[in-house]
Design a protein around this ligand. Structure first.
Ligand SMILES: C[S@@+](CC[C@H](N)C(=O)[O-])C[C@H]1O[C@@H](n2cnc3c(N)ncnc32)[C@H](O)[C@@H]1O
Length: 306
């Protein structure tokens, strides 16, 4: 078993089955397992019971396990987690915008992600930057700007808007869940739609269950590589800075790069020598190599337990 440490990331060239047995703790598991329907080398069956039983052992009560998946295997994994006592928290859809391959009957442009907690985990309510939530769509941004200008064109518009913004701000600070757009009168309603958009631009927007992010195409280094930014959106939902996230099926290390960018500690395992090397290179390139690098057996690591 090979091990490389890059700053707060620990990467294993080893099957998940070997690594998870030895792991003592992770705050969360976030992974993209082999979906078990592709006719590619890396899409091979793994020991599902071992993964989920050990997930229960290593996670704290408020830890999350979040999985990508599709079809029968995905439903089986989710059912298995429920049988083990995990609690389902959320289902997210990744809208890839473009098809990932030639589909027989439909153009498939999404993947599904499920989020479960071992017992008591509560999802965060991160605010996603406005332009990212609007998927950089000029049409959608232009629509919001039109709504804003419709208010500003009215007499006293700015004054009324200031009042509503002050109220909204107070409410926002009080409760991150607060809904925009509450209206009391026609004037207030106009101010609200305008204010809603200004607040969205200023403070970002609450995450949605459908995350629209284009696939990594031209510079992809793994056939099923996930965009780092997609990983960040999910990491923001399930974890806090300083948490340790284990990714049993690391692939090219996209989740590792995201964890490093977001101040999370990362543990990854990958069975393929080629993808392991790719992950090591990508995580090194992400610029968090201040820690030491080493290659050693899991047993021989200086931390003792991984
Ligand atoms: C769906 S891919 C992950 C892609 C990754 N999210 C990325 O962005 O590059 C699954 C990976 O799991 C690896 N794998 C398959 N079985 C494994 C096992 N038992 N232990 C560890 N890795 C395994 C495959 O080689 C493949 O790279």
């Amino acid at each position: 078993m090979k091990k490389t440490i890059i700053g707060d990331a620990v990467l294993y060239h080893a099957p998940m089955e070997e690594v998870i047995r030895e792991l003592g703790h992770a705050d969360h598991i976030f992974t993209d397992p082999p979906f078990l329907y592709l006719k590619q080398d890396f899409d091979k069956p793994f020991d599902e019971s071992l993964l989920f039983e050990n997930a229960k052992r290593i996670l704290p009560d408020n830890g999350f396990i979040s999985l990508f998946g599709r079809g029968t295997s995905f439903y089986r994994w989710n059912t298995r987690l429920a049988e083990l006592g995990f609690k389902f928290r959320e289902e997210l859809v990744w809208d890839k915008r473009r098809s990932s391959g030639i589909a027989k009957h439909i153009t498939r442009v999404h993947e599904t992600i499920s989020v479960h907690t071992k017992k008591t985990g509560i999802l965060n309510t991160p605010r996603v930057p406005y332009e990212e939530m609007r998927a950089y769509s000029l049409d959608r941004i232009a629509y919001d700007l039109r709504r804003i200008s419709s208010r500003l064109d009215k007499p006293d518009g700015i004054e009324k808007l200031k009042i509503v913004i002050a109220e909204k701000k107070a409410r926002l600070e009080f409760d991150a869940h607060s809904k925009y757009g509450v209206s009391f009168s026609e004037d207030r309603m106009y101010a609200d739609t305008c204010c809603e958009r200004l607040c969205m631009i200023e403070n970002g927007m609450l995450e949605k269950s459908i995350i629209s992010i284009g696939r990594t195409h031209c510079n992809a280094v793994h056939p099923t590589q996930k965009p780092t930014y997609l990983a960040k959106r999910i990491i923001a939902l399930i974890s806090s800075p300083g948490d340790t996230i284990y990714d049993p099926f690391m692939g090219s290390g996209s989740f590792g790069v995201a964890c490093m960018d977001m101040g999370r500690k990362y543990i990854g395992s990958e069975i393929s020598a080629e993808y392991y090397k790719t992950a090591v290179d990508r995580i090194k390139q992400s610029g968090y190599e201040n820690g030491r690098d080493s290659e050693a057996g899991l047993e021989a690591s200086e931390e003792g337990q991984a």
